[in-house]
Design a protein around this ligand. Structure first.
Ligand SMILES: [Zn+2]
Length: 527
């Protein structure tokens, strides 16, 4: 329902007489938190043999609904609405006049008490007239605007979202490959999905470079869902055989899209290997309502960030110089981060469970989600350069990638792993006390704790602080003109409003806080 921005669900669920609990998904894979939008579920109505069956919500777990199924009822009809939101203030926009991002797990209920691979869905969707879609499901029928898909388990349905749109284009980026890989482009306008041959060639190169890095593939097909939009909410979310991505409407036509935007698809593609095929064992829970734990996010996101940046460069989506500027920015940020005085990198893996990606003006002190991406990237650079140095460049982290992620070609069930599995795989590449190596970096905390910067020097670089930015730095670091975090210790947003103050910096010591407005800057002696 595009007019009202409402997604309406109808389900037929086989049941037997007696007590039944229906669950609305709570822990969303990739969010690593309880982000299922139960607040947006309305109109829940259940019938059996045409008679209403009243439900009662569980008072401890509001994602659960209790029902008593009468004798003689073998299936129930369940209907409800997902009231998607008109702006991005709280929940991201998933419906615009031109496109829809359908995430199945937000539009279904399922019976409690089952593993997610024991529940089968036979999904179908009614689309606005004339729309096309991309999704990593097998279409079995298309009649008018109704698309029907082959039966699939709850586990994989929740992992197979759809981008549908008025403007749609499908691009093969692995012609003749062993398993199809496609870009599925939707856009605010027809012009926004006008991909050039140069861009297509870069994404083809990304597929080749990932093959060279990992060796094996763990999908029978891979669908990049890629929306060029300023109206739908931004997303970069990984799945086993697809990913949800957004870029600016002029992404393909602008001379130089942001480095982060060019790095998005490489990052999400790596997750098919790191995060989905090899999955942290404490995150691989039986279904979407069992609490997740996230202790291995420094592998899941940290090494994905590392390979995402490497593949961005290897595929020609970014330059070597850009990669170095990006790395310098990460290294400088963590070199100066005071938060490690109280909080170890390991503890930031719990951060999404504290409240999903809440903003914080004291991020340098609080630490948070981005640390297990970006500081962990430095840990993996440290490991990579150590392996290279101690083996005279005969081995590298590429060998770990091949051995850990690149096994069992064609298999796409998840293969869970533990901390000890990571240590073992590193030792198989190059013997070292990897358990201590990792734990000292992950658990470093207190006044003497330092950022894991050894990889910078070992790679032949040096982290320095200078007054002048290069043209590439000015282009890449948006907001550089208002960024004084490494000197006075604050950053300015629009209207000269202070958006962040580094904990313990000169600005902090002078009593400045976020939200202040800078009206003048005086030299000592001026009046
Ligand atoms: Zn990621």
């Amino acid at each position: 329902d595009l007019d009202h921005k409402i997604i309406r669900t109808r389900q037929t669920i086989p049941v037997s007489a007696g007590h039944l609990v229906l669950l609305y998904p709570k822990y969303i894979p990739g969010n690593h938190a309880d982000t299922g939008p139960i607040q947006l579920v309305s109109g829940l109505t259940v019938t059996g043999n045409g008679q209403r069956i009243e439900w009662v919500r569980d008072t401890v777990d509001p994602h659960a609904f209790h029902l008593d199924i009468p004798a003689g009822v073998s299936s129930i009809e369940v209907g409800f609405e997902w009231l998607t939101q008109p702006d991005n203030a709280v929940w991201r926009v998933v419906m615009t006049p031109e496109m829809v991002n359908l995430q199945w797990e937000k539009a279904l209920l399922y019976p409690a008490g089952y593993n997610h691979d024991r529940i089968t869905f036979a999904p179908s969707v009614v689309l606005p007239a004339g729309w096309q879609y991309g999704v990593a499901l097998d279409t079995t029928g298309r009649e008018g605007d109704v698309a029907t898909f082959a039966p699939i388990s709850l586990e994989h349905l929740a992992d197979s979202p759809m981008f549908a749109g008025q403007h749609y284009r499908r691009v093969d980026i692995d012609p003749g490959g062993r398993s199809p890989v496609h870009l599925n482009l939707v856009g605010d306008t027809a012009a926004s999905i006008d991909i050039t041959p140069e861009w297509t060639a870069k994404y083809e190169e990304l597929v080749d470079q990932a093959d060279r890095l990992f060796g094996a593939r763990h999908f029978d097909r891979y669908e990049f869902l890629f929306a060029m939009t300023s109206r739908m909410g931004g997303i970069g979310l990984e799945h086993h055989r697809s990913s949800e991505n957004t870029g600016a409407p002029n992404y393909f036509s602008s001379a130089n899209p942001a480095y982060g935007a060019r790095g998005l698809l490489p990052h999400e593609y790596v997750h098919s290997w790191n995060g989905k095929f090899r999955r942290p064992s404490d995150e691989y829970v039986p279904n979407l309502n069992v609490p997740t734990q996230n202790t291995l996010m420094w592998v899941y996101e940290g090494q994905t960030e590392y390979w995402g940046d490497v593949l961005t460069t290897r595929a020609g989506l970014g330059t070597y110089e850009e990669a170095v500027v990006n790395l310098a920015e990460v290294a400088g940020f963590y070199d100066q981060q005071p938060g490690r005085q109280w909080r170890a990198l390991q503890d930031t893996t719990n951060h999404n469970l504290l409240g999903y990606r809440t903003t914080n003006p004291w991020s340098s002190w609080m630490r948070g989600t981005s640390d297990y991406y970006r500081e962990a990237l430095l840990v993996w650079l440290d490991a990579d350069t150590l392996i290279r140095a101690e083996t005279n460049e005969r081995k590298s982290l590429d060998d770990f990638a091949k051995a850990f992620f690149g096994v069992e070609d064609g298999v796409w069930e998840a293969r869970p792993y533990t901390f000890d599995d990571v240590v073992q795989a590193l030792n198989a590449v190059h013997p070292h006390d990897w358990a201590t190596f990792l734990r000292t970096r992950l658990d470093a905390v207190g006044p003497d704790a330092r950022a894991p910067l050894d990889g910078i020097e070992r790679a032949g670089w040096r982290l320095t602080y200078v007054d002048e930015l290069t043209p590439v730095e000015k282009r890449m670091l948006s907001g550089w003109a208002g960024d004084f975090q490494y000197s006075l210790g604050f950053s300015l947003g629009s209207g000269n409003r202070i958006t962040g103050v580094r904990w313990g910096s000169p600005a902090f010591e002078q009593g400045l806080g976020a939200g202040w407005e800078l009206v003048a800057a005086l030299r000592r002696g001026d009046d």
